[in-house]
Design a protein around this ligand. Sequence first.
Ligand SMILES: Nc1nc2c(ncn2[C@@H]2O[C@H](COP(=O)(O)OP(=O)(O)OP(=O)(O)O)[C@@H](O)[C@H]2O)c(=O)[nH]1
Length: 650
Amino acid sequence: MPRHASSYNYEDYDDGYDDDYGDGYDEGPSGYEDYDDYTPPARTQPAAAGRAASNKGKQPSVMAQFISQPQQAKKKKKGKSKGDIPAQDTAKPPARTVEAVKLQPSTSAGAGASTGAGVEATAIPPFTFDTPSPDDQVIAAQSGALPRADKRSAAAAPAFVPIQQKMKSLQVAAGPKQAEAGQSAAACPPRKPLEQYQADDALVALAAGQHDKASIHLVVVGHVDAGKSTLMGRLLHALGKVDQKAAHKNAKEAQAVGKPSFAWAFALDERPEERERGVTVDVALAHFDTPKYRVTLMDAPGHRDFVPSMITGTSQADVAVLVVDASVGEFEAGFAETQGTAGCGQTREHAQLVRSLGVDQLIVAVNKMDMVDYSQERFEEIRTIMAPWLKKLGFKEAGVQWVPVSGQLGENLWAAAEAPAFSQWAAATGLPHLVEAIDATHPPPRLTGMPLRLMATEGTKSFTLGQAAVGGKVVGGVLRAGTRVLVAPVMELATVKVVEMAGAAVAAAQAGDTVDVGLVGVDPLHLRAGTVLCDPEFPVAVASRFEVRIMTLDLRIPLLRGHQVMVHLHAESLPGRLVILKATLNPKTGEVLKERPRCVAARQAALAVVEIERPICCERFADYRMLGQVTLRDAGTTLAVGIITALEDV
Ligand SMILES: Nc1nc2c(ncn2[C@@H]2O[C@H](COP(=O)(O)OP(=O)(O)OP(=O)(O)O)[C@@H](O)[C@H]2O)c(=O)[nH]1
């Protein structure tokens, strides 16, 4: 339901939290009311959210997370084939208009060794990274980046200039030509209250008319080697998004690096280091159609070192597919509360993060059913273990679907299971196949009636987009060629030259769409992951201090005032610290338990003020969900998740 700020009723917002965040995390049967019983993830190892860029026709950029690239499928396939080497395949449902988009990340990742269970192998060798990861480097740099919270260093802390002050002194160009020429004409307007915004109904209708189907954003998460990329690579091929030639090329390359079982995964894992190691390093993006939806797929990395990338992908998602490995020992490893000194399995951590980032629709894909002879008992065992635990995390029973599959063999993905041992019971239980499960989800309300917010995940360029362009998700409002936008946080005015979806120009785009936007009048160097394009009269907030309502996870040591953390907020990750602990709260009611506490313990709710090293684009969660979710991490461990409740220097 598109909402205007003035009519926005946050308590009605079905983000899965039964009530306003201010009243605590869930109070219904699906909420966090059992939070005390919940055993959240323990510490994980230092993280690396490395990204490297390589993409045809697009410019790699250091901060970019995603680079989308259209790839036209050549022809429809006939006949269904299963196995390691892709053969003639019939998509069921039938192949549709095809444009697969591959997304490649843009800064290079930490080194690591390959791992993975092949089709034949059941044991997954431990993953070892033997060089410092990018996160390690960030963490190392972070120690010197911000002063400690004692009085001496606080006095020495660099003063942040409020962005409003900067904006007042900013002169921005009145038009693209003037801007190109570096001439400035008008002062940046003040931030008007969102309630005053009047949507352009004609433009909203035009943007809505661009779609023959509703769009949905799907993130695929789960423990390392659970089979996420294989599952999605197999599905994309079946749906005609990966053509036969590309599939054969992937099979050959997988053979060449000694990992034939990764042939399907190579459809999404395109970077050389991902292929060498058999491990997804960053989020891969693709598009496909189901009978009901136009799906934007984000394949997230499973390895604990890449959780920040997973967070970036999940922060844009409407629905999550949690892939668990049914193999004996592997499910247990992914679901483990502790894995030696390495923290919990990523089945746990990912499910917790998905829920905490506001995604309340989950498809649990119990994968590698072929490894357990398609045993119904094994499937039910996993469901029995996980269902109550997911409920404690806050997933409502109706919001969780269960799908037994074999990604490698294409069983129960786009058509009912065919293997005799599988089809016997799968049909009787009435469980959906994966595509049916996707179609049974519901797109969340889109903020088309709100002022424009386009959350960029990359700065890019191409022949059609021009030199200055961004790729990202529209999280509020509508835009089209000719729309004047303010580029934040640099606060430069620009004009939209072209809007593309999946590589094709469109007349307009709306909240919920993933787009590439070519701009005129802005320095391409100012376009990067974390940039937000917004309505010049109703600009996005830009702040370096905000009040957050947090819920801590499983902490080894309590969070203290001054605690240094990595702050993850949409596509931004940067060092910050907890400058004030305002209160600990009752997680169910939001009632203040203690004002100005000295620390916040594990699994506690609290109100805190977070300060980051430079101002970034952000919003209150109540206004724009995707620009108001915060994850606090330290040394590769997620410490707390939260939402922005107030912006201090706006
Ligand atoms: N037998 C069998 N093997 C599978 C299946 N799905 C995936 N695999 C194998 O599991 C291994 C890991 O697969 P990936 O798709 O790379 O796993 P992933 O979850 O994407 O891995 P990360 O993204 O690195 O966490 C590969 O050897 C796959 O062939 C399946 O359904 N059956």
